[in-house]
Design a protein around this ligand. Structure first.
Ligand SMILES: [Zn+2]
Ligand SMILES: [Zn+2]
Length: 286
């Protein structure tokens, strides 16, 4: 069925409104054939806190950002291609309900909806869009995903050595491979993870051993030559230099805007809005 929203004025207006809310900080979003299917606020479990984030589901991408002023100003735009996305429902916890994991090649994170019905709606729509994108592009579903980061407050001690206790002076770091919270001593090594970054990234001692062993195996078998080279030995001079020069890398992540934000919570908008209401969802896809 031809997507009846693709070339409509109302769709163009909705997309223009999203672009205007992100302003110059966002990417142009209007594209021939692109349809905005729904939008709403989800709670994203960030490194330090749970934060409201506005999400926009298009037929080919998922866009999200932080809320400066509801329906007026957003920033920190992130764009996730839907063919990369895999979802996984999560069990309830005391702190959060209606949660699920959004897994992508470059980044994985946990969000939660205001109700079980909303979670079902979001997950159903995202999965349906992703399925159709995969069909349309003929690509296989991605099997490798970034590990979600364990939240800072989940542990007071290093999850590798279990000796180092974190404090204001002893910083937490995250292994880019397993997502564990580890101390500096247990994450001296850097490894090239081409899926995540063109630069070698911080990995924990255990992941370093596994990655290096895997690389040796692949080299022996003649696979993937040149990929995933170790950037530094954990205890070598190169490793020490690397650790020193990129000591602040951890602050340069998705949640670096956390401290600068404020006031957004008071502007919590109403429930999620899917433009499929009253129309069968399949009518929105070509
Ligand atoms: Zn440690
Ligand atoms: Zn690790």
């Amino acid at each position: 069925m031809v997507d009846h929203l693709a070339n409509t004025e109302v769709n163009a207006q909705r997309i223009a409104a999203v672009e205007s809310c992100f302003g110059a900080s966002g990417q142009p979003l209007a594209l021939p054939g692109r349809v905005l299917l729904g939008e709403g606020v989800l709670t994203k479990e960030c490194r330090k806190k749970h934060k409201p984030r506005v999400f926009f589901l298009f037929n080919d991408i998922l866009v999200y950002g932080s809320i400066v002023l509801s329906k007026r100003k957003y920033r920190g735009q992130r764009i996730v291609p839907l063919e990369e996305v895999t979802l996984e429902p999560l069990p309830e916890t005391l702190q959060a309900r209606n949660r699920w994991l959004i897994r992508t090649a470059r980044k994985s994170f946990v969000v939660s909806a205001a109700s079980a019905a909303e979670r079902q709606e979001w997950m159903g729509h995202i999965e349906e869009c992703a399925r159709r994108r995969l069909l349309a592009t003929g690509r296989p579903r991605a099997t490798e995903h970034a590990a979600p980061w364990v939240p800072d407050k989940a542990t007071d001690i290093c999850m590798r050595c279990t000796q180092t206790r974190f404090s204001a002076l002893t910083r937490r770091h995250h292994c880019r491979q397993c997502g564990f919270v580890v101390c500096a001593g247990c994450s001296r090594a850097r490894f090239l993870l081409p899926r995540l970054s063109p630069k070698p990234l911080r990995v924990c001692s255990l992941c370093y051993r596994d990655l290096a062993a895997q690389e040796r195996r692949e080299e022996a078998e003649g696979q993937h030559p040149g990929q995933g080279s170790p950037a530094a030995q954990p205890d070598g001079p190169a490793g020490a230099a690397c650790a020193a020069s990129s000591g602040d890398y951890d602050s340069d992540d998705d949640d670096s805007d956390e401290e600068r934000e404020g006031g957004g919570d008071a502007d919590w908008p109403g429930r999620v809005q899917f433009y499929a209401e009253g129309v069968s969802w399949s009518a929105f896809h070509s």
